[in-house]
Design a protein around this ligand. Structure first.
Ligand code: UDP
Ligand code: MN
Length: 515
């Protein structure tokens, strides 16, 4: 037990922190500052114990005695004291000393006072912790590179963590082992969720999720493909992942350099995780999530910090650089989703293209055919698109910004919202903002769900022709507006409640995009 351990202290053993009513206002104020509940975090010991999130099989694993040690780089901009310090202590408390050379903190021009002199004083007592401070705000990409350049030469591996993490028991060895076996393997831990509301440490079974991306070039989590599940022989075998979330990974330092570290022209936040993911795969490396390594991360719903040049420009430019350098003709899909970025300046990419050429990296087509094999290609040529109206009621389908695994709803067609724009694709899916209309129970009266598009037809296959009903493929039932505000499937009867008209129908359904 760590020094000062108090059983049942707030958040201990990964439990949620209760917020008494009288502190709700204060905790809301602190939430705004960090976009997580700092009040809760401040109550938790910097050395709190976590439940061991690893699958049982991991606990018996024996690792080579000569694993390469690592420098851990943690970049931050105005991070809360308690989350930053708990990240540091979790690493110090739960890493074998001979595997941890140092922790390098990179302050990306924080203005919060306690992150200056008080932080210097605090870490002066921690032998392995160093800090470097950027002269100006650089963003996380150049900050990480800055940290890496200070790493001691005796550390063959660099490990990056966000500033609001908690490393769990045995987190490092499984990562290092993969790099030890093959230096071109880049590894991510299973990232457990530390609740932004109450700092509960939440984890589920390991080895089930991988990273993907959508054509907006946003990172997304998805279930591991059946193909990959077949390839893996044990539930604790690493998962090959098409993309990484970005904040938490370990990489051989020389290999990182060889493949071109990061794109230094990317500012503040975003895009770099897809860029390095595409680059690793296309240039001959391997990217994995290792089920035996668990690290918690506070996932936020929005960012607490500003983008000096504006979010749209910054993120737009970062994403364009990913698309322009790595995605070949497929970049068109990105621009179709973000037409405002056509012609938007993205700087000079010649150095990045040189890397691609020098390393003889493969095409994006190869990546889609071999790594992200179940990617759903958007077809510009949707059969029909727009608001989907039931004429008798003048109500339109509306996902109402509901999270996935919820039901499609209805709104008056007089309203307009992105959540009402539905595409009937040539793949015969009904897609609203990347999410598919799905029916998994074929009994009449079943509400129509919103579910991640899986591209495998089945429950997400629909049939529709202009002036006709929308018929569900597998059940043969028809989409009916229902009576409780949620459309359902019902036996097709040609009635008024089963008539649906898309705002626009397209006659030409052959794909226009050439790749
Ligand atoms: N960060 C930084 N400079 C910036 C933006 C972010 O140093 O301009 C740091 C931030 O403090 C965090 C890491 O980069 O430690 C990742 O950012 P964040 O946690 O906001 O990203 P998310 O996890 O939400 O994707
Ligand atoms: Mn983060």
């Amino acid at each position: 037990m760590p020094k000062g351990y108090i059983k049942d202290a707030p958040g201990e053993n990964g439990k949620a922190v209760d917020i008494p009513k009288e502190f709700l206002i204060e905790s809301k104020r602190l939430f705004e500052r960090n976009k997580f509940n700092q009040w809760a975090s401040d109550k938790i010991s910097l050395h709190r114990i976590l439940p061991d999130a690893r699958p049982k099989l991991c606990k018996d694993k024996v690792y080579p005695g000569d694993l390469p040690p690592t420098s851990v780089v943690i970049v931050f901009h105005n991070e809360a004291w308690s989350t930053l310090l708990r990240t540091i202590h979790s690493v110090l408390d739960r890493t074998a000393p001979d595997l941890l050379i140092e922790i390098i903190l990179v302050d990306d021009k924080s203005v919060v006072k306690e992150l200056h002199a008080p932080l210097d004083a605090y870490i002066a007592k921690l032998a392995k912790v160093k800090i470097i401070r950027n002269k100006k705000r650089e963003g996380l990409i150049r900050s990480r590179l800055n940290g890496k350049s200070f790493a001691a030469s005796k550390a063959p591996v660099v490990t990056f963590l966000d500033a609001h993490c908690e490393a769990n028991t045995g987190w490092l060895e499984p990562l290092l082992e993969r790099i030890y076996n093959d230096r071109s393997t880049v590894v991510c831990p299973e990232i457990d969720v530390i609740s932004d509301e109450n700092f509960a440490y939440q984890y589920g079974p390991s080895g089930l999720m991988r990273g993907i991306f959508n054509w907006d070039l946003h990172f997304r989590w998805r279930a591991v493909s059946t193909e990959e599940q077949k390839r893996r022989q044990s539930p604790i075998d690493p998962v090959r992942t098409p993309t990484m979330a970005g904040g938490l990974f370990a990489i051989n330092r020389d290999y990182f350099k060889e493949i071109g570290t990061y794109d230094e022209e990317m500012d503040i936040w975003g895009g770099e995780n897809l860029e390095i993911s595409f680059r690793i795969w296309q240039c001959g490396g391997t990217l994995e999530i290792v089920p035996c390594s668990h690290v918690g991360h506070v996932f936020r719903k929005s960012q607490p910090y500003g983008f000096p040049k504006g979010v749209v420009d910054t993120l737009g430019k970062n994403s364009q650089r990913v698309a322009e350098v790595w995605m070949d003709g497929y970049k068109e899909f990105f621009y179709q989703r973000q037409p405002h970025l056509r012609g938007h300046a993205y700087g000079d990419i010649s150095k990045r293209l040189e890397i691609r050429k020098k390393l003889k990296c493969k095409s994006f087509k190869w990546y889609l055919e071999n790594i992200y094999t179940d990617a759903v290609l958007p077809n510009e040529s949707v059969i029909a698109k727009g608001k989907v109206r039931n004429p008798a009621s003048n109500m339109c389908l509306d996902s109402l910004s509901r999270p996935k695994l919820s039901y499609i709803g209805l709104s008056p067609c007089t309203l307009s919202a992105m959540t009402m724009i539905i595409s009937f694709t040539v793949r015969q899916e009904l897609v609203v903002q990347d999410i598919c209309l799905d029916v998994s129970d074929y009994n009449p009266g079943t509400k129509v769900q919103l579910y991640e598009c899986h591209g495998m037809k089945g429950n997400q296959l629909w049939m529709h022709e202009k002036d006709g009903p929308i018929r569900h493929g597998t059940s043969g039932m028809c989409l009916d507006r229902g009576s409780g505000g949620n459309p359902i499937i019902a036996v097709c009867d040609g009635g008024e409640s089963q008539k649906w008209i898309f705002e626009k129908y397209y006659l030409n359904v052959t794909p226009k995009v050439k790749i």
